[in-house]
Design a protein. Structure first.
Length: 151
């Protein structure tokens, strides 16, 4: 995916952060697959869960895995690292392979995220307000938030 005109943000599902990237070129969100798995499974090792699931899906001939892109996401150490990302359509397919009672609420949440993006296009200030609220929920201090808002 072209890294030009890319917007990186964090969405929140059940008070859990899910990293995402908006591609202006493709006009769609890409979500961190590992974050989605962590949220759905409450797994302590979501990367390993994804590794096993990815291999199983490849063996079954599932094309969803090939639709995942490697994108840079912000890690807890403040650096950006490549990680698998999927658009909403691919996520819906992957979620079907994850046994979790959170799957249906997560699908509804994805729909809400899409609606919020449409609102942000109409009124960009909503994106700024939403970002500030998410960072506050994540426990970031006001100075940190202000630096991100200015940068």
């Amino acid at each position: 995916m072209d890294s030009i005109n890319v917007k990186k943000t964090i969405a929140v599902f059940n008070n859990e952060p899910v990293r995402r990237v908006w591609s202006e070129k493709e006009e769609k969100w890409f979500f961190s697959v590992v974050d989605v798995i962590r949220v759905l499974t409450d797994s302590k090792d979501a990367r390993n869960y994804w590794k096993v699931l990815k291999n199983r899906l490849k063996e079954e001939g599932n094309q969803s895995v090939t639709n995942c892109n490697q994108l840079k996401f912000l890690a807890t150490d403040g650096k950006y690292y490549l990680s698998d990302a999927a658009d909403v359509e691919t996520l819906f397919r992957l979620i079907q392979s994850i046994p979790s009672p959170k799957a249906e609420p997560f699908k509804l949440w994805l729909s809400k995220v899409g609606y919020e993006r449409l609102q942000e296009i109409a009124d960009p200030e909503k994106a700024l307000i939403r970002s500030r609220d998410y960072w506050q929920k994540m426990g970031r201090d006001q100075k940190w938030i202000q630096q991100r808002m200015m940068g």
